[in-house]
Ligand binder design. Structure first.
Ligand SMILES: *Cc1c(COP(=O)(O)O)cnc(C)c1O
Length: 364
């Protein structure tokens, strides 16, 4: 079976972990600091703070910007549940806005109609690895006095007008979950240029303790710290990131070249001012294709190819998130949930396998 994703674990990662184990210092320490510094530098931001996972990073970011109960946070319904769940964790209310049909990211032209007196922030997801329309989003935010958060879990290394993901909003959150473009099994990171947000982040992830005085607590907090063991893997991966991205982009290019002319298949489009890092390579299977989307998925499975649907349900369809359905309808989200299918993509996926996948789709 060709998996849809596969982490690249090589001698360097294994040796990095062994080195930490041999040091006997396993908790948050020097390696975590090194990862934070290198990652922030990579993104071009002043601060980087690790977290135990991407969901914790989102929760922490929402805390540090000062989200209060009953505040409204505008976001997309076409994303992983953690995006909207993190808003509920602050007892705030997610408000869903429909997406753009090309990028699958939040549609900036529909944001303003969702803003109310209670709106505090816009939580933007760079879905599949392509940044959203940040110039428009940031200017709407500025005009309405809102804070912008970037859910960059899928977009490490992506660019918008030559600026890196992680540096496109007031505060950004990453995930190092095993399937993400750089990973350490479970892990997360927050980047920001705002010193105040950064300091709140450090405290929140460490039981709400004062950053200066141990066992003094400014507020409630969590234990969201990362360990040096995990940081050593992420740090090693960060050194290889340019190579990882290039490989993903080349695979995407090859898929698009061979699939774009098939009737009923719409291949992904990278907007001209953006660098897409292809966390997912996602096609749309329309009614003009010979098989329905779900049938194509089963067909590929029988041929030994794993594909997947990100995401089969809009988030407002789930009971605990129904409160966030504020617009009359979400036509683009509905189409996307019906037509999207993601194909295998990971940095060491070889040409033979790519050709095999392409041929199976062409031969339907
Ligand atoms: C993976 C992911 C998250 C959550 O990250 P975890 O590390 O799994 O907690 C959040 N948002 C998006 C868009 C993701 O893809």
């Amino acid at each position: 079976m060709i998996p849809i994703s596969k982490p690249t674990i090589e001698e360097e990662e294994i040796n990095a972990v062994l080195k930490v184990l041999r040091s006997g210092k396993l908790t948050q320490g020097k390696i975590v600091s090194e990862l934070e510094q290198n990652f922030a530098k990579y993104c071009g931001t002043q601060h980087g703070a690790t977290c135990i996972n991407g969901t914790a990073a989102l929760h922490t970011a929402l805390y540090s910007i000062g989200i209060n109960p009953e505040d409204e946070v505008i976001t997309t319904p076409f994303t992983f549940a953690a995006t909207a769940n993190s808003i509920l964790m602050m007892r705030a209310l997610p408000v869903f806005v429909d997406i753009d049909p090309i990028t699958f990211n939040i549609d900036p032209t529909k944001i303003e109609e969702a803003i109310t007196k209670k709106t505090k922030a816009i939580l933007v997801v760079n879905l599949y690895g392509q940044p959203a329309e940040f110039d428009e989003i940031n200017s709407i935010a500025k005009k309405n006095n809102l804070i912008v958060i970037e859910d960059a879990a899928q977009s490490v290394g992506a660019e918008y007008k030559n600026k890196k993901s992680g540096n496109l909003a007031d505060i950004s959150c990453f995930s190092f979950y095993a399937t993400k473009n750089i990973m350490c099994g479970e892990g997360g990171m927050i980047t920001t240029n705002n010193k105040n947000y950064y300091e709140k982040t450090l405290s929140f992830r460490n039981h709400g303790q004062s950053n200066k005085l141990k066992y003094y607590y400014a507020d409630i907090g969590y234990n969201y710290r990362m360990t040096d063991i995990l940081a050593s893997i992420a740090l090693t991966q960060l050194k290889k990131i340019e190579n990882f991205i290039k490989e993903r982009q080349m695979i995407a290019q090859r898929y698009t070249k061979e699939l774009k002319d098939i009737k009923g298949i719409i291949t992904p489009i990278t907007i001209i001012d953006r660098a897409h890092v292809f966390h997912q390579y996602t096609i749309r299977v329309t009614k003009d294709f010979k098989l329905k989307r779900d049938k194509l998925k089963n067909y590929l499975y029988k041929k030994g190819i794993q594909s997947n649907i990100y995401y089969p349900q809009p988030l407002y369809g789930f009971n605990h998130l129904k409160v966030g359905k504020k617009q009359k309808n979400y036509p683009i989200t509905e189409i996307a949930t019906r037509e999207c299918l993601s194909l295998p993509i990971y940095s060491r996926l070889n040409t033979d396998k790519i050709n095999y996948i392409i041929n199976q789709i062409r031969n339907v």
